[in-house]
Design a binder for this molecule. Structure first.
Ligand code: NAD
Length: 245
């Protein structure tokens, strides 16, 4: 067994949006390293597939984080189920691309709510628990879009920019409690989310071979989480070599 394999042995992690795509890759990476993982998602059939595949290693919670009550009961529910949280991965997010003038108010509100407000509230709720336990890891899924904003995703890029700022502040406020806060900012990843991309952009990414395999993200997350406690990896930006920026 490699050192990495058992390096999260005994840890309890929670991953939002963990039933597919990047969240699922994060879940698989952590399970492979010996963690017990709570998978939170609104998609019940995807959660059932996760239970079928991983059995007792996972606890699943069917929660729509856009529902205000469900969102505020998330951390208490996880604690009720598994007792404590060592790692919290705020990953669930929505995409909104295309021309700003075409975007509906409803779509803007939903996306900002999930990508920004929910992440901030979940992190706010998990912090007192980690402070009391004198440690923990908080990881947020951001995006390459926050680092290289592109004209076809103004609201999405801004949501991830906001969350990057939040990550920096929370990191600086909480390192004294032994809490590490980091983010991962991938370029285009082969998940369901990219099907919401503008068609020409998706075609371009597929044709140029520039979609990243989710497993790369899972491996990177595992690398971040398995550094020694005194090392925090601030923000990892992962992009395809041939991405034209
Ligand atoms: P995905 O659509 O494959 O997975 C998102 C998961 O979140 C799904 O299982 C979905 O059911 C769940 N989810 C969505 N809304 C929810 C809600 N209200 N409550 C609970 N669960 C909810 O997408 P993905 O690509 O894996 O995206 C995950 C994160 O990665 C997002 O924050 C996204 O912005 C970010 N990201 C994705 C890419 C990409 O190219 N795919 C690139 C950079 C960043």
């Amino acid at each position: 067994m490699s050192t990495l394999k058992s390096s999260l042995e005994g840890k309890i992690a929670a991953v939002t949006g963990g039933a597919s795509g990047i969240g699922l890759a994060s879940v698989k990476g952590m399970l492979g390293a010996g963690a017990q993982v709570v998978v939170i998602d609104r998609d019940e059939s995807a959660l059932a597939r996760v239970r079928d595949e991983f059995g007792d290693q996972v606890t699943t919670l069917a929660i729509d984080l856009l529902d205000t009550k469900c969102c505020s009961s998330l951390v208490p529910r996880i604690l009720e189920e598994v007792g404590h949280i060592d790692i919290f991965h705020a990953n669930a997010g929505l995409y909104l691309g295309g021309d700003l003038v075409e975007a509906s108010s409803e779509a803007i509100d939903r996306m900002l709510h999930l990508n920004v407000n929910v992440v901030m509230k979940n992190v706010r709720d998990v912090l007192p628990h980690m402070i009391e336990r004198k440690g923990g890891d908080i990881l947020v899924t951001s995006s390459l879009a926050a680092h290289y904003p592109t004209p076809w995703e103004p609201v999405y890029a801004s949501s991830k920019w906001a969350i990057n700022c939040f990550v920096q502040v929370v990191r600086r406020q909480n390192f004294k409690h032994g809490i590490r806060v980091g983010s991962i900012s991938p370029g285009p990843v082969r998940t369901n989310l990219v099907s919401d991309w503008p068609e020409d952009k998706l075609r371009e990414a597929i044709d140029s071979g520039s979609l990243i395999d989710p497993k790369e993200i899972g491996d990177t997350i595992l690398f971040m989480l398995t550094r020694p406690p005194q090392v925090t990896i601030r923000d990892v930006v992962l992009m395809p070599t041939n991405f034209d920026l």
